[in-house]
Design a protein around this ligand. Sequence first.
Ligand SMILES: Nc1ncnc2c1ncn2[C@@H]1O[C@H](COP(=O)(O)OP(=O)(O)OP(=O)(O)O)[C@@H](O)[C@H]1O
Ligand SMILES: Cc1cn([C@H]2C[C@H](O)[C@@H](COP(=O)(O)O)O2)c(=O)[nH]c1=O
Length: 713
Amino acid sequence: MSGFGELKAVLRIRPFRRLWAVLGLSSLGDWLGLLAASTFAAAQVDNSAAQGVAFGSVIAVRLLPALVLGPVAGVFADRFDRRLTMVVCDLIRFLFFASMPAAALIVDDSTLVIAWAAVATFIIETTAMIWTPAKEAAVPNLLPRARLETANQLTLATTYGITPVLAGLVLIGLEKLVVVIFGGGDVRPQGVEPSEVALWFNSLTFLATAITVFFGIKEISGRRTAAVERKPGMLKEFTQGWAFVSRTPLVRGLVLGIFGAFAGGGVVVGTAKFYAVSLSAGDAGFALLFATLFLGLGVGIAAGPKIVGALSRRRWFGLSIVLAAGSVLILALATHLVVAVAGALLVGVGAGMAFLSGTTLLGGEVADDMRGRAFAFVQMGTRVVLMLTISLSSVIVGAGGSRHLNLGFKEFEVSSTRPLLAIAGIFGVIAGIVALRQMDDKKGVPFFADVLGSIRGRPLSPDEPKAAQGIFIVFEGGEGAGKSTQVRHLAEALRGLGRDVVVTREPGATPLGERIRSLVLDPPEVTGEVVTPRAEALLYAADRAHHVASVVRPALARGAVVISDRYVDSSLAYQGAGRTLPVDEVSWLSKWATGGLKPDLVVLLDLEPAVGLARAGRRGDADRLESESLAFHERVRYAFLDLASADPSRYLVLDASLPADSLATGVLQRVRHLMPADEEFDIAEILEDVAETVTALTGDELTDELPSGGTRV
Ligand SMILES: Nc1ncnc2c1ncn2[C@@H]1O[C@H](COP(=O)(O)OP(=O)(O)OP(=O)(O)O)[C@@H](O)[C@H]1O
Ligand SMILES: Cc1cn([C@H]2C[C@H](O)[C@@H](COP(=O)(O)O)O2)c(=O)[nH]c1=O
C-alpha cells in the first residue's frame, strides 16, 4: 500500500480518526498556550528586564511539573478510566486557560496577574503530564497492531509539524483580527489583547476536546472492569512501574536509547548558537542548521519506514540512535557549513526515526496495564534530560570559549562546542549500541546483512534451533556425478555401524515433494507448459520447506544421521547460476524455507558436465533440467565449486571421476570426524564391504580408470 493509502486506511478507523482530531486540537492548544501564556505574562509589565523575567518564569513553570509529577502521572493512566482521565484533564485545562485573561480583567495588580499566570500554567502542565500518557496508552487499543506505525507517523507529524506552524499562524491571524475589530493598542477595550484572545480561544479548544472524547470516543474506556477492583494501591502501582522499566530489557533499552538521543539533542540545541559562530556562519547559519535539523526530523518520521522496509523495529530503533549520535560527531568535526548542514540533516533523520520507532515499540509491545507508566516515565525522563543538557551545555560552552591549537604544521581555533559535541556523539553511539544489545530480537543474525536485506525487502530471520544430536550430511554435484551412489553407500556403511540413518533427497522425498518433482522435472511435452525460472525456484523452495519440516528436522531431533541427495546449494547453482536468477534472492528464499538449517557436511562430487550427462543419459530420457545446454551445466558446476571454496570447513570436494569405492573411502574418512569420539569407526574394517556394497547398489562394474576428461581434486 502507498504511504497515502496507508494514511487513508488508518483514518478509516473511526475512534482513531476522532482521537487524531482531538490530538490536533489539543496540540494546537498546547502550542498556542506556550506562545500566548508567555507573551501574555510579558505584556503585563512595561520594562524589558521585567518582561524577560515574566516570559522566562512562565516557560520555566511549564517544565517543573515533569519533575514533580512525572513519576506518578503514569499511575493515573494505568489505574483509572483513560477516557475519563483525559476528559477531566481537558476540562481543567479549559478552566485554567480561561482563568488567565479573566484574572487580567478582574485584578488590577500586574504582579498578581503574572503570578496567577504562572500558577495556572503549572496546573495546566500538570494535567498535560497526566493526559499525554493516557492518550498514548489508549492509541494502541484503537487500532490493529499493523497500523500503529502509520498512526504514530500521523500523530507525530500533527504534533510537531502541523500544529506549531498553525499555532503561529493563528496567533498572527488573531492579532490582525483584533486590530481590525478593536483598532490599535491604545484604544482597545480590556481583555481583547491578541494574547488574551488567544488564551480564550485556547481554552475553548480544550472544552471541544473534552466533549469529543467524552461523547465521541467511548472505545477508549471499557478495557477493564473487574480488574480495577483487584488492583494494588497507588504507591504499589508506582513502584511496580519503576521496577517494570528497570527489569524489562525492551523498555530498558528503549529508555536508554531515547534518553541518549535526547541528551545528544540537548547538547546540539544548547551549543547551536556558539557552534554557528565557530563556523563563521552567524545567525543565518544558526537558522539554517536548525531548519535542516527539523527537516531531517520530518524526513525520518515520514520516510523512515519506507527506507528500512521490513527491518525489525527493535533493530531500527538502535540503528536510528546510532545514526543520530554518529551524525553529531560529523557536526563536531565539520569545518565547513555544507558538511555541518549534512550532519544536521542526518541528526534529524536519525532522531525522527528513533522517535517513531520508539513510540511504536512502546505502544505495541508494552502490555496495556503498564503502558501508561512506561510512557509517563519516558515523558518525564526526556524533559529532565533535555532541560539538563541544554542548560549545562550552554553554560559550559559559554564559559569555555575557544582555544588556539598549534599542531606544528597547522594552527586551529577550536571552539569548546566541538569537544562537547564529540562527547555527546560518542555517548549517544554507545547508548544506541547498548540499547540495541538489550532489546535485539534477532540475536545471532548478522546486523548489516539484515539491514541491507530488509531494505531490499528480504530480512534475515534467526535460524530455528537445530536438534543437537543428529548429523546432517548433504551430497551435491551436477547430473550423473554419482551422488545417489555415494548416498546409498554411506547409508549402508553407517547402518552397519548401528546408526539410525535416514536417506532422503530433493526434490521428491515426500508425497507432496513427488508431485512437485514431476512439476519441475517433467518435460513441457508432458506438463503442457514451460515452468518459468521464478516459479521453478519457488517450487524447489516449497519442496524444501516441506521436506525439512516433515523429514529432516524430525529425524535430526531423534538423533539420526540424515543423508540428503541435494539441498540448498542445488538451488543456488541451478536457479542462481544456471537460470541466472539473483543468487542472494534464491539464497534468502532457501533460508526462509529451511529456517536456516545448514548441513554439517556437504560432499561435493565434482565432474565435467559432459561426463556426468553421459552417465545420466544411460538411464534413459533426459528430464527438463538434464536437457539444458552444456553452458548451463558448466555454470552450475562452477557455482558449486565457488560455494565450496567460500566455506571450506563445511565442504568435502571430491573428484567424481574417481572410482566409486575411492570416493566412498574419502567420504567415510571425513564423516568419521563428525561422529562422537566414542563412536569413531575403524575404516579399514568397513572398507572391505565398500566395493561390494557400491557394486550391489549401482548394479555397475566400477572401474579404477578415469573417465575421459576427468580431473582429480
Ligand atoms: N564414480 C563413478 N564412476 C563411474 N560411474 C559412476 C560412478 N558413480 C556412479 N556412477 C554411475 O553413474 C550413473 C549416475 O550415478 P548416480 O545416479 O549415482 O548419479 P547422480 O549424481 O545421483 O545423478 P543425478 O543427479 O542425475 O540423479 C549411474 O549409472 C552410476 O552407476
Ligand atoms: C534440489 C534442486 C534440484 N534441482 C535440479 C537438479 C536436477 O537436475 C534435478 C534433480 O534431479 P536428481 O536426479 O534428483 O538429481 O533438479 C534444481 O534445479 N534445484 C534444486 O534446488
